[in-house]
Design a protein around this ligand. Structure first.
Ligand code: ADP
Ligand code: MG
Length: 876
């Protein structure tokens, strides 16, 4: 791919001899050496040499040649009219595209037309709305050494900065934001980026601290960031955005003023859903199970009416809150909207008429918006007063809605200006007239009047000339080459008066003009071009004036986005019978700190009645609700049950209910009291992780080690069949050791599903754990599942029952049952020493000595596991 970029050697070799046009091409290739240069020649964008070969191959278009005195060059071109879809294909193939337009009209020069790169299209800096997903952001990321991370959506102006403390955390952030492209600084890692993300290492001066600070201050004013790494990332990213917007030679470059709001955040202010959790809980993307595609959490929540709201909702889901005040504020708003059915429906209708304000205003600020965009902006702003009236009814019940109400500014002067200046249904082209309304500008109106009068005179000309000459078939017409003419058929040529001058000869007729016609024609053309130019100037003036209001419009856009997201949550809550959760209830009045109180007693733990899985309940006709009771003092549940009984679904449901509650949504349950969870860990056992294709025991253990290392008492840990990736004995030992460690040391809210039936024996002996099981009923023709969670361990082994139902002879079934009883009995025997260890006294002195010698402060979880396993072996 690389040889398609940069100056083609065949041209570089004879740079001195090239024709002026090709040497212009060569120069642009040198300047934009990491992009494919599309070079405007008339109605086409051309590429040459190896770039042409690559373009022809990727776009499946014909490779031609250009020949001149200096040589023959491969050439491939695409018509400008359909360039966008070709550019999209080039992006998909992994190219950046530098669009070099003619920035001078050919008639303005006798020599070479000026060309300049007017934009560099890259996957992460797209602003062409037709290439973008409406309801999703399109981020470009910038990562530096020391893990400064900046993220920018050029199409909307959303700009985030943070600093992470380690590589894993970088990968987790990237999973949430899912950037399409990344620029990485010197010595920054490239491995945390997903495969679909275009990554370019830059050794550029943009990463120098002083340059970066200057850039950041130019956009955001004096800004304090938590670290130099962040400053470098933000500065370099702004420089990259400037690079991507291109620039024309006449100084008419895109303004990026709408990048005026930097959101600096600390990932620790939000519930951390790491990459693995996002995937296994199917938050954004459904997993493919047995080739079937389900739905993702975010889809089940998305009843937003506008693209703005869709993006806002995704941001909330990406970053559930920890601050109970903020959570309560959203919940209050959702509750108010759930109750206000009429207002919510009305707001929904109004929001459906909202265009993508953020992208519109970004386009206005960049000088790329056309007249239709301004009209769309006006029509969106015109909805705002109604929206404000509509929610005025519910502001008493929610401070957040009251604040949104006050932030909704319809910017009347902007509306008035657009309404007065811009035609009601203007053309897309802004240079060819028809965009400015009559009555807005006197000069323009005069020019248009001259044009109209001239045309009216010409309209009357036919009648007048017929009378004057007596030729009934005489006609007046116009064509683009010859202009206006009077046409007379051959039999009537004798009657043509003297003041007619021949303009064109056709087969059956002649075309003429008169001095007066010519004069009128010039007048019309003159007025028309001047009017078009005037309109273009006026239009740009209006656009600049509208751009003055960028910040106000952006603020309104943010308020609209929040309102739409809240309405969406309320609609889902009402439609699917969700309830308002109590989140971190006890901690609420004691502190408004953003971190959950480390005082464990601050919350009563997870207490859910009639909980449902928000996604599965939509497709499962008879979804069975289940309770969850994990009080702070007994935060662990070990769940057993046969395959297909509902273990995995249940555990995810609990995690998703916590996620929903903390993002400020109602939850699918009859009643729910939830703690503030700072992090959700999920590990799905190797054999269950079919889609992930990560089936080695090593991966599973690495992930388990990370949980044991990072989880704390405010975490929620979901372990689904961990320990399956190895022989039963090992797997069981590890499962047991991990359970004990989580129980004794970590104290996290833990849901542990296992088919290791023996593990229930372990849980029975742990004071802060409880056994649960899903049962199955034997029925004629098979086993049926009730999906009904019960306390206690599962007793039956359904494998044997299934065998019996299937017609395996009775003696075999009986022998299997006997064997199974022995095994369970054995398992219980091996556990008794472990049990004894909790009350001490009965262990051999040597073991006790070894235990005492362990320096817990200096022991990693993995070492602890190893130690446990050694101890266990010796006990056995
Ligand atoms: P396990 O992890 O025990 O093998 P799963 O959680 O994968 O079981 O669930 C198996 C199937 O049962 C799923 O296809 C799901 O649709 C269905 N299911 C799970 N829980 C329920 C429930 N509470 N009510 C109704 N159907 C359920
Ligand atoms: Mg399962």
């Amino acid at each position: 791919m690389d040889e398609a970029l940069g100056p083609p050697p065949a041209m570089a070799e004879k740079a001195e001899e090239l024709t002026p046009m090709l040497s212009q091409y060569l120069e642009l290739c040198e300047r934009y050496d990491d992009a494919l240069v599309l070079f405007q020649v008339g109605d086409f964008y051309e590429t040459f040499c190896s770039a042409a070969e690559a373009t022809a191959r990727v776009l499946e278009i014909t490779l031609t040649q250009r020949e001149d005195s200096t040589g023959t060059y491969p050439m491939a071109g695409i018509p400008i009219d359909s360039a966008e879809s070709y550019i999209e294909t080039l992006l998909e193939a992994g190219y950046r595209v530098a669009v070099a337009d003619q920035v001078q009209a050919p008639e303005e020069t006798s020599g070479l037309v000026d060309r300049a790169v007017t934009r560099v299209v890259t996957p992460g800096t797209l602003t062409e709305t037709e290439l973008l997903e409406d309801a999703d952001n399109n981020f470009v990321a910038c990562l530096t050494e020391g893990y400064g991370l900046a993220l920018l959506d050029v199409s909307t102006g959303d700009f985030y900065a943070t600093r992470l403390d380690r590589l894993d955390a970088v990968a987790d952030e990237l999973e949430r934001f899912d950037p399409a492209e990344a620029v990485v600084g010197p010595d920054a890692p490239t491995e945390p980026f997903a495969s679909g993300c275009m990554v370019t290492p830059y050794e550029r001066s943009a990463f120098d601290l002083e340059n970066a600070r200057e850039k950041v201050e130019a956009y955001f004013g004096t800004t304090s960031l938590a670290s130099d790494a962040e400053m470098r990332a933000c500065g370099a990213l702004l420089a990259y955005a400037e690079y991507a917007r291109g620039g024309t030679t006449d100084g008419d470059i895109e303004q990026l003023d709408y990048l005026n709001h930097l959101t600096r955040y600390d990932p620790r202010e939000y519930m951390l859903l790491d990459a693995v959790a996002l995937r296994s809980l199917e938050v954004f993307e459904p997993r493919h199970v047995h080739g079937l595609e389900g739905a993702a959490l975010v889809e089940t929540l998305d009843e937003t009416a506008s693209a703005l709201g869709g993006r806002e909702l995704r941001d909330w889901v990406r970053r559930p809150l920890l601050d109970t005040d903020r959570i309560e504020a959203r919940l209050d708003a959702v509750e108010a909207l759930v109750g206000a059915v009429g207002e919510r429906e009305r707001a929904g209708e109004l929001l459906a008429d909202v265009y993508d304000l953020e992208r519109l205003v970004a386009g206005v600020s960049r000088g790329r918006a056309d007249a239709r965009d301004l009209r769309a902006l006006e029509s969106t702003l015109s909805v705002v007063p109604d929206l404000r009236d509509c929610i005025a009814e519910v502001t008493d019940d929610s401070e957040k809605l009251a604040a949104i109400h006050d932030r909704l500014d319809d910017c009347p002067e902007v509306r008035d200006l657009i309404d007065r200046a811009i035609a009601e249904s203007p053309p897309v082209e802004i240079t060819e007239g028809g965009v400015i309304r009559e009555g807005y500008d006197e000069t323009l109106d005069d020019l248009r009047a001259t044009e109209r009068e001239g045309k009216a005179w010409i309209d009357d000309l036919e009648t007048e000339e017929r009378e004057r000459t007596g030729i009934d078939s005489l006609s007046v017409g116009h064509n683009s080459v010859h202009g206006y003419y009077i046409e007379v058929t051959n039999p009537n040529l004798d009657s043509v008066p003297d003041d007619y001058t021949r303009r064109q000869t056709l087969k059956n007729s002649e075309r003429f003009y008169t001095p007066e016609l010519k004069e009128r024609e010039e007048e019309i053309i003159n007025a028309e071009t001047r009017a078009d130019d005037r309109e273009y100037d006026l239009f740009r003036e209006v656009r600049r004036d509208v751009a003055e209001a960028t910040e106000r419009i952006q603020e309104t856009a943010r308020a609209v986005a929040e309102l739409d997201a809240l309405c969406s949550l309320a609609t889902v809550a009402a439609q699917y019978d969700y309830c308002r959760p109590e989140v971190g209830a006890d901690g609420r009045e004691s502190s408004s700190a953003s971190r959950p109180s480390s005082d464990a007693a601050a919350s009563d733990g997870i207490d859910i009645e009639g909980g449902r899985h928000p996604v599965v309940e939509r497709t499962e006709e008879a979804f069975v609700p289940n309770p969850t009771d994990l009080p702070r003092e007994r935060p662990m549940a070990v769940i057993t049950g046969p395959n297909m009984s509902g273990k995995s679904t249940y555990m995810r449901q609990v995690a998703l209910i916590c996620v929903l509650g903390q993002l400020g949504s109602f939850v699918p349950a009859e009643r729910a009291a939830l703690p503030v969870v700072d992090r959700v860990f999920t590990r799905v056992g190797a054999s269950d992780d079919i889609a992930g294709g990560r089936s080695t025991f090593m991966v599973e253990m690495t992930e388990l080690a990370a949980i044991l290392e990072d989880a704390d008492e405010n975490s929620l840990v979901v372990l689904d069949e961990v320990g399956r990736g190895t022989s039963t004995a090992d797997g069981y030992a590890i499962a047991q050791a991990a359970t004990e460690f989580l129980h004794d040391e970590v104290g996290a809210y833990t849901l542990f599903a296992t088919h290791h039936h023996e593990l229930t024996g372990v849980a029975a002996d742990l004071p802060r754990a409880r056994n649960y099981h899903f049962s199955a009923e034997r029925e004629a023709g098979g086993v049926s599942f009730e999906h009904d969670l019960r306390t206690g361990a599962a007793t039956a082994s359904y494998g044997v029952e299934v065998a019996e139902t299937a017609g395996v002879p009775a003696p075999v079934v009986q022998r299997a049952e006997a064997l199974l009883d022995d095994e369970i009995a054995d398992a219980e025997v091996t556990q008794s020493p472990a049990t004894a260890s909790t009350d001490g006294g009965e262990l051999p002195e040597a073991l006790l000595a070894e235990l005492r010698a362990v320096d817990l402060a200096d022991t990693t979880p993995l070492e602890a596991l190893n130690l446990l396993s050694r101890l266990q072996k010796r006990v056995e």
